[in-house]
Design a protein around this ligand. Sequence first.
Ligand code: ADP
Ligand code: MG
Length: 349
Amino acid sequence: MLDDKNPKRTSLEELGEFGLINHLTKDFTLQHKSSIKGIGDDAAVLDFKNNKTVISTDLLVEGIHFDLSYMPLKHLGYKAVMVNLSDIYAMNAVATQITVSIAVSNRFPLEALEELYSGIGLAAKKYNVDVVGGDTTSSTKGMLISITAIGEAKEEDLVYRSGAKPNDLLVVTGDLGGAYMGLQVLEREKEVFKVNPNSNPDLSMYSYIVERQLKPEARKDIIPLLDALGVKPTSMIDISDGLSSEILHICDQSKVGCNLFEDKIPLDPTVISACEEFEIDSTTVALNGGEDYELLFTIDQKEFPKIKGNPNLTVIGHMTETNEGVHLISRNNSKIPITAQGWNSLAKA
Ligand code: ADP
Ligand code: MG
């Protein structure tokens, strides 16, 4: 696929490591006062004055976390940044810097890395984070990307997974299940393409869910929104693995139980219709699909009037005493225990 679109292939050896780093990062500028020294020395230097520093790292491996047969490299770069920024926002912090480390085999030409870095650069610009360093090395097979995101927050603004209390409301941003259904569509098209390489699928009816998979957006907007509403969550987490596993993390770390109401789970109409087409239960997809990069948080009940009616926020349940357990209250009012299914077991179903 890559070769069709990119006829020019410059081998990485032609540039050498320093030439490559310089070429890929030459357009990056520093926007934050806290970025004292960026790319070019042995280490970056940051200064957050009186604020706390928040750091999170993710490692993405070709064949495990991404498939380049349908993931354009520009999207991959963008998504790799989103995955990390989402973790910073889940601490109720502002993301300010990233470092980007890559390992690539010799099957990738310079043009491929330019594509990857155009996505990284676009994400960094749009989300206002400075690229302050990284590492570049070769791999025997495939591509690895590791991004570290750095952010800052006042100590009193930080939100952990551990602060939820019984009777707190459980709130989610946006809608769920889109990224997983987008993946189903892309996997199906990949199979069709294997049989008929000339197929030119019309995916326009799936554009929302395919975008949710290929070009997710981290919820940077929610941090100032909560601030403007005067709401500080008691606990928060981002939805990378699926609603059920994130709820279990909050319950575990906060020592509370939870009742989640099936009929409250926000689903986009495209997700509902794709679930019908693929004959998958939409609740299962929302619970176990993952990669939605929405935020899940708890608030004290008395804060409800402040968030009520906000189109970005949906109350989907409430926390209970820990001995009451973690349950889904289904549409027909039965109480189903929530277990961590995770992404892979669903893929097999
Ligand atoms: P070192 O040998 O000390 O690891 P490098 O030559 O790898 O240093 O890196 C030189 C500079 O370029 C450093 O500032 C490093 O953070 C930065 N850098 C290296 N690789 C990347 C990359 N893939 N993306 C962004 N910055 C990078
Ligand atoms: Mg290095």
